[in-house]
Design a protein around this ligand. Structure first.
Ligand code: NAD
Length: 274
């Protein structure tokens, strides 16, 4: 997939934890299209894992090591420090990939009704509010670029009850709604904001959801296409949204889920016989 309009653009990728991360699939494809990718990671534990990974995508202009900074999206100080450093080194920003979510493990099983105030706050803060906080810092840098594109990651649990997804479903609903409000606020500056609602993919974050293997298995049996998506499918849609094809798409949640979201109850009648 080559989109020549992407060549020479700058992207900040937030949310790579390892080679399975959905953010990594988007970054790889953006890089292939000539986009200069910079990365942030949550903390030390992840730094060791992702450094060799992102170093496999050298700086397209200088061939030097890629830009990589620590940033906990729950910290305004981290966010401001990181964007100030990015501005100093790159000046402008064309693309922001927000691929971050967190909820306490005990809130991803059992009853949603039992979610604690603190668990709810944390899931909302990291998984939804962080998009608002990052885009506020990105806005002036995207203005300097003459516009920009931001892509975030959501899941069907935002719309329908998915067993054990619980507080993350509520956070994703807030995230998708934030996408619409942000798209409206930033549209006059030609900054587009969209969400990809992805089918289940085995990643670090997904492993935290109790019974994730069942979600993966039932998606494979029940979706109209009868197959699970891959992280690369998310990469293709993310790259499309940042490129010329997405030029007039904003405030949208687009699905890459083999059609799961069109099914009543997320279950296809004859799936058992296939
Ligand atoms: P992942 O574990 O590879 O990525 C999640 C990232 O969030 C990690 O890099 C982690 O470090 C980061 N993160 C968590 N808390 C953070 C914090 N406080 N500060 C900075 N970073 C923080 O898993 P993934 O599946 O690639 O998840 C990426 C996004 O895709 C998430 O929003 C997730 O909800 C969404 N998503 C995943 C699936 C799936 O099945 N894997 C499906 C739909 C949507």
């Amino acid at each position: 997939m080559i989109d020549s309009t992407l060549r020479g653009k700058n992207a900040l990728i937030v949310g790579v934890a390892n080679e399975r991360s959905l953010a990594w699939s988007i970054a790889k494809l953006l890089h292939e299209n000539g986009v200069q990718c910079a990365f942030t990671y949550q903390g030390e534990a992840i730094e060791k894992r992702i450094k060799p990974l992102v170093e496999s995508l050298p700086n397209l202009n200088t061939g030097s090591k890629p830009w990589i900074q620590q940033m906990d999206v729950g910290s305004d100080a981290d966010i401001q420090r990181c964007f100030a450093a990015y501005k100093k080194d790159f000046g402008k920003l064309d693309i922001l990939i927000h691929s971050v979510a967190f909820a306490d493990k005990q809130d991803l099983e059992g009853r949603f009704a039992d979610t604690s105030r603190e668990g709810f706050r944390k899931a909302m803060d990291i998984s939804a509010y962080s998009l608002v906080a990052l885009l506020r810092e990105a806005e002036p840098l995207m203005e300097l670029a003459g516009g920009g594109s931001c892509v975030t990651l959501s899941y069907y649990g935002a719309e329908k009850v998915v067993k054990n997804y619980n507080v993350m479903g509520v956070a994703k609903a807030a995230l998708e709604s934030s996408v619409r409000y942000l798209a409206n606020d930033l549209g006059p500056k030609k900054i587009r904001v969209n969400a990809i609602s992805a089918g289940p993919v085995k990643t670090l974050a997904a492993a935290g959801i109790r019974g994730f293997r069942n979600i993966l298995g039932s998606a494979e049996q029940s979706t109209p296409l009868r197959e699970n998506i891959s992280a690369d499918d998310v990469g293709y849609l993310g790259t499309f949204l940042c490129g010329v094809g997405g030029k007039h798409i904003t405030g949208a949640t687009l699905y890459v889920d083999s059609g799961l979201h069109i099914l009543a109850g997320g279950f296809h009648e004859d799936s058992k016989s296939n």
